[in-house]
Design a protein around this ligand. Structure first.
Ligand code: PEP
Length: 251
């Protein structure tokens, strides 16, 4: 059985004080809802406060990026062991906003994934096609290529610490959601690429999330699909009631 994972991506939202208040509100609402893992990926400066506030709850904390070097002259970057020590268990890698605005490539996504794995973090590896790619009918080619490049050189045993988030770029923050069928199809394509790269057992075991304007209204339908094992949620993860409703749908 694959584990469902509902993860919030707060992006550049909430201060440490707002983080503490949010987790105080969320924790009783999701207590005992253990049919899925619940993760909040927060800004770097919120990680320590979030980890402290989440202690003793079923909420896990993640970061939104990680550098691929262990240390050194990389101003503004944060290394994997820093995230771990601050209290992060997960890290998002390759989010489309990093690819779009900060020059992230499949090569750096692969390097970041390897560095985070080596440090003992769990990875939420994001990939997905642009609108032009979908309109040109090359979604399968794009997500297959990204899956292969992003996982290059990563051994099968490390897949237990990797979640793949299929996030069509045209659906992120736009209010446009992939239909459940589109999400299922793309997650299924990624799963079959994993089967080809590794094994059917690895493909059957890996958690593949859908992300892109998932909310409390559409989550149940998306999560009901065979190949959709959870969600990466931006906007709706900033409101405790909405995020809870999505976690309940996954339960
Ligand atoms: C995201 O940030 O990964 C995301 C899916 O955002 P939203 O839910 O706001 O579309």
């Amino acid at each position: 059985m694959r584990r469902y994972v509902i993860a919030g991506n707060w992006k550049m939202n909430k201060t440490p004080a707002a983080t503490r208040a949010f987790i105080g509100e969320l924790a009783p609402m999701v207590a005992g809802k253990d049919g899925c893992d619940i993760v909040l990926c927060v800004p770097f400066v919120d990680i320590a406060v979030a980890a402290e506030a989440a202690k003793g709850t079923n909420i896990k904390i993640g970061a939104q990026n990680v550098h691929f070097k262990e240390s050194g002259a990389y101003t503004g970057e944060v290394a994997a062991d820093m995230l771990l020590e601050a209290g992060a268990e997960y890290v998002i890698v390759g989010h489309s906003e990093r690819r779009q605005y900060f020059g992230e490539t499949d090569e750096t996504v692969n390097l970041r994934t390897k560095a985070a794995l080596a440090a003992g973090l769990k990875i939420i590896l994001c990939l997905g096609e642009l609108l032009e790619a979908r309109q040109a009918g090359i979604t399968e080619e794009i997500v297959s290529m990204q899956t292969k490049l992003d996982l290059a050189g990563i051994p099968e045993e490390d897949l237990q610490n990797i979640i793949i988030a299929y996030e069509p770029v045209w659906a992120i923050g736009t209010g446009l959601t992939a239909t459940p069928e589109q999400a299922d199809e793309a997650c299924g394509i990624i799963r079959s690429v994993v089967a080809g790269l590794y094994s059917q057992a690895a493909a059957d075991a890996i958690t593949i999330q859908y992300g892109g304007s998932m909310n409390e209204k559409n989550a149940a339908e998306l999560l009901a699909k065979e190949n959709v094992d959870g969600g990466l949620i931006g906007g709706a993860s900033l409101v405790a009631e909405k995020f809870t409703a999505i976690a309940l749908a996954a339960n």
